[in-house]
Design a protein around this ligand. Structure first.
Ligand code: PHE
Length: 494
């Protein structure tokens, strides 16, 4: 390890440890180096991460004198004081009471220690010293020796007395962490090789610049290889970061965002999009229908127009699907199965061109959960509505979008949606196979004409989670929703 990778404080700590024979407490290092505690601890953990020291922590309990203990030392123990009074001739309770606050406690201890008996004289209670009591105060009380030892952090001479003092609240047991910093073999070598403490500038301050002081000093060079601890600050969920990035890309490309609700009518989710009412996607197996409420009112006029388009094409020039449209089916309530519902409603309400609109939101389908399917997932939806919009432009937009998202290997395939013609799917290379990312196309006249839309509408609906698989290098789409904290911490900022 080159010397340039050690800061001055680190060097000081290494040298201090060396002076202490290779191991010391932070307090000792503090005294030797004249550094503040935080600096010592900071430097030590850096040294530890560089393999030059190790740090140990040990939980130790120790005894501490309490306020009561200190009073015992300065004013004597209650039994000591009362015994003194008794020996001095003040023996009856009434007189003793006047001279002491804690006569009860004192009497208790005097009897327990066998220093006094209680006798009645002339109907009055009085204390009479025993033989032991007569001698008890000839030498200092063992309690005081123990209290002194505790308060000076010395070894306690009598464990039994110590326990008693703990019970009496004069001493308490405290736990503390004792830290030791030790030089490793490499630390020893580094210290032995000698470390030069230079007067170097670690951080440039306005003072240093103003005073011109910086000219006379060395700057500590940056060490880009220096160890840095991993930091895990709070951040957004990777999927939400992805949403944010997609949002930025579309805004950059001149699009405006719209939103919508999760609960929709069949009418807006499917009928307006010319999805026949017997389409398999409408099946109970595929769509989540709501039962409260089970139906939802729909604009009657538009409903009639759309019914005719389904039945015979209405004024669109199409032959329609040739079945009898059910208004009741149209009014059923469901959880939106795609966000195309947002863009088509936008168009219905804003039939004047041009428009470049996008929407990012959750959709719901009764999918079996597996590594690439979820019953709830995000779609990235968009439309371009303008006079000369064409299929080439659609490919161009999707290409540009995915390129901005970092996708290299893409392919576009002919596909089918009841509401677009032509239709196209986007696929990306994932784990050696092509994975479908989403659908797109140009809305059919059966969709646009009843809404008063005169120009081509390019439309697409892309899966977010599948994009995430690629970008976050995740094997299984379910991992995105596991909330595995370690996985989340490791995710880069996108
Ligand atoms: N709505 C289609 C889906 O859910 C995607 C799509 C959107 C296809 C717009 C064509 C046009 O997969």
């Amino acid at each position: 390890m080159g010397e340039e990778t050690l800061s001055n404080t680190e060097k000081q700590v290494l040298l201090a440890l060396n002076e202490h024979g290779g191991r010391a407490t932070p307090e000792e290092v503090m005294q030797t180096t004249d550094l503040e505690m935080v600096k010592v601890m900071n430097a030590s953990s850096w040294l530890q991460s560089k393999g030059l020291v190790t740090m140990h922590e040990e939980l130790r309990s120790h005894y501490q004198i309490t306020g009561e203990g200190k009073r015992f030392l300065s004013r004597g123990l209650p039994e000591e004081n009362v015994l003194q009074l008794v020996l001095d001739g003040v023996a009856d309770f009434a007189s003793l009471q006047k001279k002491t606050d804690d006569l009860g406690i004192a009497v208790g201890w005097l009897r327990r220690k066998g220093w006094c008996d209680i006798q009645r004289r002339d109907g009055e209670k009085a204390l009479v010293p025993t033989e032991d009591g007569e001698k008890a105060l000839a030498s200092p009380l063992p309690e005081k020796a123990v209290l002194q030892a505790v308060s000076q952090g010395r070894e306690v001479p009598d464990e039994q007395v110590l326990r008693e003092l703990v019970q009496r609240g004069a001493v308490e047991e405290k736990e503390c962490i004792v830290r030791t910093i030790m030089l490793t073999e490499r630390g020893r070598e580094a210290a032995a090789a000698g470390l030069e403490i230079t007067d170097e500038i670690v951080q440039l301050t306005p003072q240093l610049i103003r005073s011109g002081e910086w000219r006379k000093k060395e700057f500590r060079p940056y060490d880009v290889r220096a160890f840095a601890p991993a930091a895990f600050p709070g951040k957004r969920h990777p999927l939400m970061q992805l949403v944010e990035r997609i949002r930025r890309i579309f805004v950059e490309m001149g699009f405006t965002e719209i939103t919508g609700g999760f609960v929709e009518s069949c009418f807006w989710d499917m009928d307006v999009l010319f999805i026949p009412q017997d389409h398999p996607a409408r099946d109970m197996q595929d769509t989540f229908y709501c039962s409260h409420p089970a139906s939802m009112e729909v604009d009657k006029k538009l409903l009639r127009t759309i019914a005719r388009v389904h039945e015979n094409g209405g004024d669109t020039g199409s032959q329609g699907w040739g079945y009898t449209f059910s208004p009741r089916e149209a009014e059923r309530v469901l959880l939106r199965t795609h966000t195309t519902v947002n863009t088509i409603r936008y168009l219905a309400h804003n039939p004047e061109p041009p428009a470049k609109i996008f929407s990012i939101g959750k959709v719901f389908r009764k999918e079996n959960i597996d590594s690439t399917h979820l019953p709830e997932f995000y779609q990235v939806e968009g439309i371009v509505y303008e006079e000369d919009a064409d299929f080439g432009e659609l490919i161009g937009i999707l290409h540009q979008f995915y390129a901005k998202m970092g996708f290299r290997e893409l392919r576009f395939r002919p596909s089918y949606y009841p509401y677009t013609e032509p239709s196209m799917d986007v696929e990306a290379r994932w784990q050696g196979k092509w994975m479908e990312l989403g659908g797109s196309g140009i809305f059919r006249p059966e969709v646009t004409e009843p809404l008063g839309i005169q120009h081509p509408v390019l439309a697409w609906g892309l899966g977010l989670e599948r994009m995430a698989l690629n970008m976050l290098d995740v094997q299984d789409i379910r991992e995105l929703y596991l909330s595995d904290i370690q996985w989340l911490q490791r995710q880069p900022l996108l």
